[in-house]
Design a protein around this ligand. Structure first.
Ligand code: ASP
Ligand code: MG
Length: 420
């Protein structure tokens, strides 16, 4: 007998009809002899609906009192879907019980709207499992030390499921979603994209942080830290497909480079349009400049991604970095009005119409020439590279946004990822 955690996203929970299907699928697993814990998201659209109501009453303001109420509000979405699923499971003839985050409890810090899980008490859930019940735990939420309800950030139910699986030392955590696994790249951009049977945890972490939206990045971090076997699979298969077939479907996130791992040098191409590029030109080339520019940006709570400093010439140098596009205007103002004058910089230039395209693969550790293949295939398409950054298992470039799809397709082909 194994202990299995299922996570169902908002689309899978989107109507009573779909909730009934989830219940039938969970019942199939329970009847096969597994101990089952289920972590659902809110019904699709519900979190947006609730947060929209709040905005109608008062525009978003960055203060704790307001954010506390947003969490109080948004957490009801998962509470409703969890109770509905318990009711549906009971109707299938199973014993089922649902718990809100605070009832487990799932303890978090007090960072409303982006809380982090500190600990999960497994006693209550274990007792129910031992009594033969299916246990449903709300996704996306927890409780802080003072008893306030918190939420984990949008898409946070993935993290809830992985954290619950870690706390219970589950045999596997299955993330049911509206795609049938992790692809070499987004099939909407490259129709030849292929589903990966497995991907290493490190590659998944890079893919998630570079813009692949399949899993919330924190859930991948959690899975890595606690070595939770994780599988992403489709919730749109018929609920009554054979359980052995279902258990092998989707994409498994693995921790070892075993022989089952697909032997590609590059496993996937990630991209995102969420960044903007800023250059500070003609800054004095002396110690402390990077700290002054990026220090001011960090003090304004703006996250920086890629950073490049040029070789100095005649005592001056140029400094470029990227920020989230939402922070672009604010960062430009800050640099133009405060930082550049204080430093004696000559000019501040910005471009929000860029994108970042990345190749990811643990094979890059042991193969040379991977980055040069990337640069060559971009140049063959006439695409100019504006910035480059590398790590052990990825190379990212910043290019003009209008070439994004072309670049992704060219790279997908160049690294042999197109399906035959
Ligand atoms: N319902 C929450 C959201 O929409 C959490 C989740 O779906 O994972 O972000
Ligand atoms: Mg989600």
């Amino acid at each position: 007998m194994s202990l299995i955690v299922h996570k169902y996203g908002g689309t899978s929970m989107g109507s009573t009809e779909r909730i009934r299907n989830v219940a039938k699928r969970v019942a199939k697993w329970a009847r096969a002899g597994h101990q089952m814990v289920v972590v659902p998201s809110a019904m699709s659209g519900e979190t947006n609906r609730l947060l929209g109501l709040a905005k109608e009453l008062a525009p978003e303001r960055p203060d704790t009192a307001y954010y506390r109420e947003l969490d109080m509000l948004a957490a009801t979405g998962e509470q409703a879907s969890s109770a509905l699923l318990a009711i549906a499971l009971q109707a299938e003839g199973l014993e089922a019980v649902s718990y809100a985050g605070w009832q487990v409890p799932i303890r978090t810090d007090s960072a409303y709207t982006k809380a982090r899980i500190d600990s999960i008490d497994d006693a209550r859930v274990r007792a129910d499992l031992a009594a033969g019940k299916v246990v449903i735990v709300t996704g996306f939420q927890g409780v802080d030390e003072a008893g306030n309800i918190t939420t984990l950030g949008r898409g946070g139910s993935d993290t809830s499921a992985v954290a619950v699986a870690a706390a219970l030392k589950a045999d596997e955590c299955l993330i049911y979603t509206d795609v049938d696994g992790v692809y070499t790249t987004d099939p909407r951009i490259v129709p030849e994209a292929r589903r990966l049977h497995s991907i290493s945890f490190e590659e998944m972490l890079e893919m998630a942080s570079l813009g692949s939206k399949v899993l919330q990045i924190r859930s991948v971090e959690f899975a890595g830290k606690y070595k939770v076997p994780l599988r992403v699979l489709s919730s749109f298969t018929p609920w009554d497909i054979p359980i052995e077939e279902e258990a092998r479907s989707g994409t498994l996130i693995t921790f070892e480079e075993d022989e089952d791992m697909e032997q590609a040098v590059v496993s996937g191409i990630a991209f995102n349009r969420d960044e903007a590029k800023i250059s500070v030109l003609g800054v004095p080339d002396k110690p402390g400049i990077a700290a002054q520019i990026l220090g001011a940006v960090a003090d304004a709570n703006i996250e920086v991604d890629m950073i490049i400093q040029n070789v100095g010439k005649e005592g001056r140098t140029d400094f470029s970095f990227t920020v989230h596009r939402n922070d672009y205007a604010r960062t430009m103002d800050l640099l133009k009005e405060k930082v550049a004058p204080a430093l004696g910089a000559q000019e501040v230039l910005g471009d929000a119409k860029i994108c970042k395209v990345s190749i990811v693969g643990i094979g890059m550790r042991s193969h040379v020439g991977v980055a040069s293949t990337m640069f060559r295939s971009l140049s063959e398409e006439g695409i100019n590279i504006q910035m480059i950054s590398t790590s052990e298992i990825k190379t990212s470039v910043v290019i003009d946004e209008k070439y994004m799809e072309l670049a992704v397709r060219a790279l997908h082909r160049a690294f042999g990822l197109d399906a035959e």
